[in-house]
Write a protein that binds this ligand. Structure first.
Ligand SMILES: C[S@@+](CC[C@H](N)C(=O)[O-])C[C@H]1O[C@@H](n2cnc3c(N)ncnc32)[C@H](O)[C@@H]1O
Length: 312
């Protein structure tokens, strides 16, 4: 973990209190902490840094849970690597992440990509921000993103059919700067950052994947600057009771405070209505991006992810 992060980090388990973490660096190479711990002086929780990866999820999955967790499996990792870097793998369609990135301006300050998966949007933001942090709950995704960050390449076994795979290599574009990027394991509902840290924020296809969507949105708002900030939100609103109780969805129901369509509720929340975000955001642009996921050579999912690009 790059040392620049130390000044931004707080204990995610103590939120809403913001407690700075004490660092104990065991092994360090050129400003990168390879082995060490971050400890909360208040609650005593210890967050390890192992092989350069910082584990700042306050309630990580245990080993048994990890085995069954969708985002930790090899086929899903390979599917997301393809989805994030399909243009580099010579797919004829434009990569959705390039379309999302084009919506963002160059803002001075730091950026956060919550639920970054294997890091494409995080790398894209290295061209537009001073420094970018990708945060994801999946250890496999963060390790793949860090491998790309460090080696600038990763091998991926793309499923062709049944058990048949072909090995491909993804090489990072030279226009993305690894020195301005870091990836950590964390929870998008309890971000380990001080309030007001970021001027650029992204939540892409995450809100329907967390148990408390409103908590995620409010966390993004907390870690954002109160002004001179931009926020890209995008989601297909695939609500599921496997992930969140129906009462916690921000759309897709006909009762409760967030009845109706997800996008209408998101707009209202950005505008500070329905107990939403403060200071309120100004929606600059909205629309949708076609996002493609590859399952195997002859099976792709095409997802309409609806976005708002907001600023304040
Ligand atoms: C549908 S994927 C979208 C990933 C990426 N933003 C993209 O658009 O490709 C959802 C991502 O959210 C991550 N995720 C799920 N729950 C999370 C949580 N509580 N905190 C952080 N990341 C989470 C998953 O590991 C996965 O990478």
């Amino acid at each position: 973990m790059k040392k620049i992060l130390l000044k931004m980090l707080i204990c995610p388990a103590c939120l809403p209190d913001e407690r700075r973490l004490n660092s104990n660096i065991v092994q360090e190479q050129e400003g990168d902490i390879f082995t060490g711990t971050l400890t909360c002086p208040e609650c005593g929780k210890i967050y390890p840094i192992q092989d350069g990866t910082a584990f700042l999820d306050p309630s990580p999955l245990n080993e048994t849970e990890k085995t069954g967790a969708k985002y930790e499996t090899v086929p899903v990792l390979s599917s997301y690597l393809w989805s994030h870097y399909n243009d580099i793998l010579n797919d004829s369609d434009r990569c959705a992440y390039g379309v999302w990135a084009a919506l963002m301006g160059k803002y001075p300050g730091f950026a956060v990509d919550a639920g970054c998966a294997v890091g494409r949007f995080t790398f894209e933001m290295s061209r537009k921000s001073e420094f970018v942090i990708g945060v994801d709950k999946s250890v496999s995704f963060i390790q793949a993103a860090r491998e790309l960050m460090i080696n600038r390449r990763i091998n991926v076994a793309l499923q062709q059919e049944g058990f048949l795979t072909t090995e491909e290599t993804i090489y990072l574009s030279e226009t993305w700067n690894s020195n301005k990027v870091e990836f950590i394991v964390g929870d998008a509902q309890a971000l380990p950052f001080r309030s007001g840290t970021f001027s650029t924020l992204a939540s892409l296809n995450v809100i329907d994947k967390v148990p408390s969507p409103i908590r995620h949105l409010k966390e993004m708002n907390r870690v954002s600057r109160e002004k001179d900030a931009q926020f890209l939100f995008s989601d297909p609103f695939s609500w599921s009771t496997d992930i969140a109780d129906e009462k916690d969805w921000l759309g897709g129901t006909d009762g409760g405070p967030y009845s109706g369509r997800g996008m209408d509720n998101i707009r209202a929340l950005f505008n500070g209505k329905k107990g939403g975000l403060s200071p309120e955001w100004r929606i600059e642009k909205d629309g949708h991006v076609w996002w493609k996921i590859r399952n195997h050579a002859n099976h792709f999912e095409l997802i309409r992810s609806c976005f708002v690009k907001a600023a304040r």
